[in-house]
Design a protein around this ligand. Structure first.
Ligand code: FRU
Length: 473
């Protein structure tokens, strides 16, 4: 059925928990629940019972989960540490009536590792002061001031709140009215620190819909300082976690120690409810590990598929020193069946394309243009596109480094590609719907450039043997 944003992502007692905006009643958006899945390795996921159902206060919109180790909330019982979910209650009736106060923040707790949840009797805990679009709380423990910090999307800016107990919240500050992209409403924020060469830098993620670099919804970020009350950005440039059209609402997992693992929804509000899938709508991106890099005096995020994915590659085909001219990987070995990972290293950068195609001439072209100094994904002839006028487009993304060598990693599945270039500095996610699966990969370059190393690997299916049998029937 229908899913959108990832919610409440948390690592606890050996399991990653991924909650998500879910409507079990249809393949289009509706009364929102929190669906739930768990994983030991970020790759294989098991479905769990629905975590949160809509109630008299409204639908359950996006939010986060924290591990309340110190029992600040008082929800612990018999020494069991509570998981506390902080989410938006969206009242559809008040919304229809045109009231500004239809979104409020509420909490729920679990004492059985996320299996069952009890909503707090005194919800909501943070009342709307009269701001339309007042939602998507991301809460984290601020060790230096020993309080919880809530990062909340409030229309065209972020508002920070603090709390000693997750129940009483005090407004601290606002950020962003005059900075960043403002083509649409600010949603689904995240705030966390990353160590960079011994320094603690703060990253503020702000999702935006519409107004993305290639149209529709997208994820921007700021790097700067957070002192427990205020966030300030080092500069006023707009940066994007992912330049492709199909990563949205991405935020990071909580309680993962030094690791910062980001995951997004693999769609775009511009057409999400109309994409031509039948029993399901939307998926999540590959989990990505974030780090900070400094390029020409400026800080950037880089994202790479989590290293756990490497355990599931097989049938690696490695080539060294090949010329990128009419290089047909489809006929050389494994056909493009099921998910694959393709990694290319170039010593000297030049124009090139990687074309995925099927036997009826539908294709997706991924490439680099030296004159534009940028990457692109062209889905103009990728297959079905009549569900949305703006779908069949070429999307572009800048290159940030000037070095001669370049690396590209592609994660290609039946209906999606995720591109990671220059060690994750430029990322693009794009979905597509060919009438017949793509079955070949070809690499071309007008300059016949040399690929120093090429690795083409298959990725093991994440379906269990049982599910495989079912899907064959
Ligand atoms: C983002 C979003 C959130 C909201 C949720 C509703 O995609 O609009 O702001 O909480 O989806 O499903």
């Amino acid at each position: 059925h229908w899913m959108n944003d990832p919610n409440g992502m948390v690592y606890y007692k050996g399991s990653y928990h991924l909650f998500y905006q879910y409507y079990p009643g249809s393949t289009v958006w509706g009364p929102m629940h929190w669906g739930h899945a768990t994983s030991k390795d970020l790759i294989h996921w098991d479905h769990q019972p629905i975590a949160l159902y809509p109630d008299s206060l409204g639908y359950i919109f996006s939010g986060s989960v924290v591990v309340d180790y110190n029992n600040t909330s008082g929800f612990a019982k018999n020494g069991i540490v509570p998981l506390v979910a902080i989410f938006t209650h969206h009242d559809p009736v008040a919304d229809k009536e045109g009231k500004n106060t239809y979104q409020n923040q509420s909490i729920a707790y679990s004492l059985d590792e996320g299996q069952t949840w009890t909503k707090y009797a005194m919800n909501p805990v943070l009342h709307n002061p009269g701001v339309r679009d007042f939602r998507d709380p991301k809460v984290s423990w601020h060790a230096a001031t020993k309080r919880w910090i809530m990062t909340l999307a409030t229309s065209d800016c972020i508002t920070f709140y603090s709390s000693p107990d997750l129940k009483n919240w005090t407004k601290e500050s606002e950020f962003g009215k005059e900075i960043g992209a403002h083509g649409g409403v600010w949603e689904c924020p995240d705030l966390f620190s990353i160590d960079y060469q011994g320094k603690k830098l703060w990253v503020l993620i702000v999702n935006l819909n519409p107004g993305g670099p290639n149209g529709g919804s997208a994820t921007q970020y700021f790097i700067g300082n957070f002192n427990g009350r205020r966030f300030s950005a080092f500069d006023s440039e707009t940066r994007w976690v992912d330049y492709g059209p199909d990563e949205y609402a991405g935020v990071t997992y909580t309680n993962t120690d030094k690791r910062r693992i980001f995951q997004g929804w693999m769609s775009n509000w511009q057409y999400a409810t109309r994409v031509p899938t039948e029993n399901w709508r939307s998926a999540a991106t590959i989990p990505r590990e974030l780090s900070i890099r400094r390029i020409a005096g400026k800080y950037f995020l880089s994202s790479k598929p989590v290293k756990e994915l490497n355990r599931f590659t097989y049938a690696d085909m490695k080539m060294k020193g090949v010329i990128a001219s009419n290089l047909d990987l489809g006929t050389k070995s494994a056909k493009l069946r099921g998910p694959v990972k393709l990694k290319l290293n170039f010593e000297k950068v030049s124009d090139f394309t990687i074309t995925l195609s099927n036997t009826i001439n539908q294709k997706l072209v991924i490439g680099f243009s030296q004159s534009k100094n940028g990457f692109f994904i062209d889905r103009t002839q990728s297959g079905k596109s009549d569900f949305e006028q703006g779908f069949a487009r070429t999307h572009n993304a800048p290159r940030f480094v000037r070095s001669d060598n370049m690396d590209i990693t592609l994660i290609i599945d039946d209906a999606s590609v995720e591109l990671f270039a220059d060690n994750g500095l430029t990322v693009m996610t794009s979905i597509f719907f060919p009438h017949e699966n793509y079955s070949s990969v070809r690499i071309d370059s007008p300059d016949s450039i040399m690929i120093d190393e090429l690795t083409f690997s298959k990725l093991r299916s994440i379906l269990s043997e049982n599910e495989m049998k079912l899907s064959k029937n």
